[in-house]
Design a protein around this ligand. Sequence first.
Ligand code: PXG
Length: 442
Amino acid sequence: MSEIATSSPNNLDAFWMPYTANRQFKANPRMLVGAKGMHYTNSEGQQILDGTAGLWCCNAGHAQLRITEAVSRQIAEMDYAPAFQMGHPKVFELAARVTAMLPNGLDHMFFTNSGSESVDTALKIALAYHRARGDGARTRLIGRERGYHGTGFGGISVGGIVANRRTFGTMLSGVDHLPHTHLPEKNAYSRGLPEHGAELADELERMVALHDASTIAAVIVEPVAGSTGVLLPPKGYLERLRKICDAHGILLIFDEVITGFGRLGASFATEYFGVQPDMLTVAKGLTSGTIPMGGVVCSKEIYDTFMTGPDNMIELFHGYTYSGHPVAAAAALATLDCYKEDGLFERANDLAPYWEEAVHSLKGEPHVIDLRNLGLIGAIELEGIPGKPTARAFDAFLKCYEKGVLIRTTGDIIALSPPLIVEKSHIDQIFDTLRMVLSEID
Ligand code: PXG
């Protein structure tokens, strides 16, 4: 490893870090300098087992040769092509390949650079779709409490995590929120989907009664809520949402930024749950985190609605300089090859029972008040220290890192989402480390 790669930078001041306690971090930094397979290497030369696939994104594992080579080839061959009124072959191929992985009817894909942009794009398409149909009074958007849909103004408006919202003004108007589905008194320690809470979808009927369906454009939910600390949909909940949306002409958007590309042991949550949205958003696993890229897949009905009017008119006044960037498209195509050639979604599905046992083996350990799992997602909810929310889980995070395992925390919940190449021995290491750490922390 080069000297530059391993030496610590000595001026940490200029970089304003995202979603980070800057002063705390800079006083005691944790620097990653390399990544391969299931492991990071830090600036001390320590191997860190990746229990979180970066930030839920490196599903194919780190530094997959097929991806790194495809990216190198593409950047040398054509670094960039204008995204508007010009095309390049790889992005068309990518849209065709992603839509081929989805149920019939989800046939068209718009490209973005992140999950946040995907969400804003989907919300804009929903509004413009109703208007194109002559139903332009449908402007209301409905999200859900504790939802996370990125950090754009659209995403925080429909999102439901208070810290992401309260300091940013009034956001979009005309937004309402369904109740979240966390019912620990009934569902704690459920394995897989919880039994109770499908009726919470009926709150959408109350919103229809309050606002009238003719004012509602779309409902957006994460099929499995990730960032808030892994909240699984109660059995039957998503089906019920779909039914109510259908009854009232409301579009249903699944935010699959976390659930897309194998996380549940199926290609997408729509396949896993057998519930089909009108649009779904992706990012993260699309390129296995290697190059920023996101997208919105929409139904044929939505796309066709825009493809009217004169041929020479732009149908949707929306897009990004880097929509369908050739290097990102090359990374995504190579990532899809890895998923397919290595059977990574099937692998995640095969490992899910072992993972579930490992998650639930923590029952009874100190501080644990709930355990949740689905596919290769796990959550360990800890009892917070009174008056010091988040402190206990963050301490667990630091101690796991010291012991060579990267976990992620949100509030007092530990969230786990390893790359899909994870081996049983890695799963054992993650949970043995957690068991040790839970007994060490206050
Ligand atoms: N939608 C969902 C469902 C997400 O989980 C986004 C949108 C936004 O994506 P971008 O690419 O704009 O960040 C996300 C992002 C965590 C964590 O630790 C989760 C996300 C990002 C960073 C950390 O839970 N999700």
